[in-house]
Write a protein of this length. Structure first.
Length: 63
């Protein structure tokens, strides 16, 4: 996870945030309550495998 404190420069506006999101569709972005831009990296192999196993177990239980 990478944090960018944009509030030290100026509070980020909604239009600016939407433009960043449009320009970077592969990134998972959030704005913290104090104007901090949070960039979440994609899940890797281990997390992806764990998530797939959880999904499989839930689906098997549901059947």
């Amino acid at each position: 996870m990478m944090l960018l404190n944009l509030s030290a420069i100026a509070p980020i506006k909604e239009e600016q945030y939407l433009k960043i999101c449009e320009d970077n569709p592969d990134l998972k972005l959030e704005i913290g309550q104090h104007g901090t831009l949070i960039v979440m990296p994609p899940t890797g192999g281990t997390s992806g495998n764990r998530n797939a196993e959880i999904t499989y177990q839930l689906q098997a239980w549901n059947k």
